[in-house]
Write a protein that binds this ligand. Structure first.
Ligand code: GDP
Length: 296
């Protein structure tokens, strides 16, 4: 189910309550059950959906609401707040500052959009006046360095990598070191991914993190991975201290659920979404406008 469709179904479930004379327990349950179905079909993990339902029922106590209260509005507000709460882990992500070198490491499965997103993130900050640089510590995927080099050159961003060195930890450490000496504000490290969540990938990520001491680790997730989102995000979080999430390919048949599950699994906020293959198809993520837009 695409994101707009999810929003439409939630909105329709709320509107259904206009068609009943009294909003009683049954009307509320019908509405919540429809929202539950819509969320599950959008790949939000089951425990999260269950928790949301319980919370809304706790907030909307129909017996305590005196006659004359606009119950539909109260329920609608509770649903809005719950969706916002699910997307907001309560603490903002680390934000790089100018004139102080920050290291940001990108992790995620192969094909998630890491390399593309690294450049988008660098380009976004470069436009804001940051002195950015890119380090390619992906020695696993043939062509990864060329891809980063090509993107970086197009955006006029300094880069570091090697065609011959096979140790990603060494490249990452050297690159970060060089750009710190060059007084860059924001040093972005692209790491390797694998098709699956293999032990070797996690060990490599752990070592790169140890060598570069990132101020922020960003987990990049493809929005179309479905119900696997929660477990995948959690596996990354357990290995490196993920502090933010970027969801890619929101322009395609994107499901909203992946974002909700990734936030829950990593206890980190979504900071940007990728909306296309191009450098500037990248949007800042803000919870309330996102949920408002979702609910139309
Ligand atoms: P990596 O293996 O994680 O480094 O993934 P890449 O950066 O190579 O991206 C894999 C594919 O996804 C490439 O074809 C990218 O152009 C594409 N891609 C990345 N982000 C987006 C996005 O936001 N929207 C779309 N439509 N494609 C994207």
């Amino acid at each position: 189910m695409v994101l707009a469709e999810l929003g439409g179904r939630i909105t329709r479930a709320i509107q259904q309550m206009n068609n009943v004379t009294i909003i009683d327990e049954k009307a509320l349950n019908d509405c919540l059950n429809e929202i539950t179905r819509a969320l599950l079909q959008s790949d939000v993990s089951f425990p999260l959906v269950k928790e949301m339902q319980t919370n809304i029922k706790k907030i909307v106590n129909l017996d305590d609401l005196a006659a004359g209260h606009n119950k539909r509005l109260i329920i609608e507000q509770a649903i809005f707040n719950e969706l916002c709460r699910m997307l907001d882990p309560g603490k903002p992500a680390f934000a790089p500052k100018k004139a102080k070198p920050s290291v940001v490491m990108f992790v995620g499965l192969q094909g998630a959009g890491k390399t593309t997103t690294c450049t988008k993130y660098a380009y976004y900050h470069q436009k804001k006046g940051y002195k950015t640089a890119l380090v390619c510590a992906d020695t696993f995927r043939a062509g990864a360095f060329d891809q980063l080099k090509q993107n970086a050159t197009k955006a006029k961003i300094p880069f570091y990598g090697s065609y011959t060195e096979s140790d990603p930890v060494k490249i990452a450490a050297e690159g970060v070191d060089r750009f710190k000496k060059e007084k860059c504000d924001l040093i972005i490290v692209d790491t390797s991914g694998r098709h699956k969540q293999e032990a070797s990938l996690f060990e490599e990520m752990r070592q790169v993190a140890e060598a570069t001491e990132p101020d922020l680790v960003i987990f990049v997730m493809d929005s179309s991975i479905g119900q696997a989102a929660f477990d995948q995000a959690q596996a990354f979080k357990q290995t490196v201290s993920v502090g933010a999430v970027i969801i890619t390919k929101m322009d395609g048949h994107a499901k909203g659920g992946g974002a909700l599950s990734a936030v829950a699994a990593t206890k980190s906020p979504v900071i940007f979404i990728g909306t296309g293959e191009h450098m500037d198809e990248f949007e800042l993520f803000d919870v309330k406008p996102f949920v408002s837009r979702l609910l139309g």
